[in-house]
Design a protein around this ligand. Structure first.
Ligand SMILES: [Zn+2]
Length: 204
């Protein structure tokens, strides 16, 4: 299986870390030479990254933690995503964690959907996709093309408790996993019959 592309620079030239003492084989040597595998050393700790980008030399794919050292995913209380522009208005989706899973609603400038619920399994999967497949914790916080006025703006907010949140924002510029992010939310938009414009051609 091909390694995932780098969430920072979008390069497909990435290596998977191999931790511990590997059993050397011809196959492993080939992978090391090709740069698809890199040795991570013998120290095993909970924050080790899963991948290294050969292009920008950043590691990515570590488990997300808060500043005070708690694992981030179990703390997430809501996720909201909006995309649009000044003239067209914004399409927004918001998920809120509940005791049994999550509830969510979609809205645009014309209408708001009813609040729907999703089971715990689906919420867990959504968050797993965001962090372990789209590598949200490795994204930049701001993607801004200063040369373009108006155009498309987007915002993704992950709320932990009242005080702590992680905000990602873009203006006419998109992260490497932008299309995957849109795809993740698309089924909920479709279900609510509020389509999301496929903005931002770049990225996968
Ligand atoms: Zn990179």
């Amino acid at each position: 299986m091909a390694n995932p592309k780098c969430p920072r620079c979008g390069s497909a030239n990435t290596a998977r870390y191999l931790y511990g003492m590997p059993a050397f084989s011809e196959e492993l040597e080939k992978k090391l030479n090709a740069g698809t595998v890199v040795l991570g050393g013998c120290m095993i700790h909970e924050r080790q990254p899963r991948f290294l980008c050969n292009a920008c030399k950043r590691s990515f794919g570590a488990t997300a933690f808060t500043k005070d050292g708690s694992e981030l995913i179990p703390l997430i209380s809501s996720i909201s995503f909006s995309v649009g522009g000044f003239f067209d208005g914004y399409t927004q989706i918001e998920f809120r964690r509940t005791a049994g899973g999550a509830e969510y609603a979609v809205s645009d400038r014309f209408t708001s959907s009813e609040v729907r619920t999703m089971p715990d399994k689906e919420w867990t999967e959504l968050v797993d996709r965001l962090y372990n497949h789209l590598f949200l914790d490795d994204w930049k916080r701001r993607y801004v093309d200063e040369g373009v006025l108006d155009g498309t703006q987007w915002e993704l907010t992950v709320q932990l408790d009242k005080k702590r949140k992680r905000e990602y924002y873009g203006s006419n510029m998109y992260p490497a996993y932008w299309k995957r992010l849109n795809k993740l939310f698309q089924p909920y938009m479709t279900e609510a019959e509020i389509p999301m414009d496929d903005k931002g051609a770049e990225g996968e």
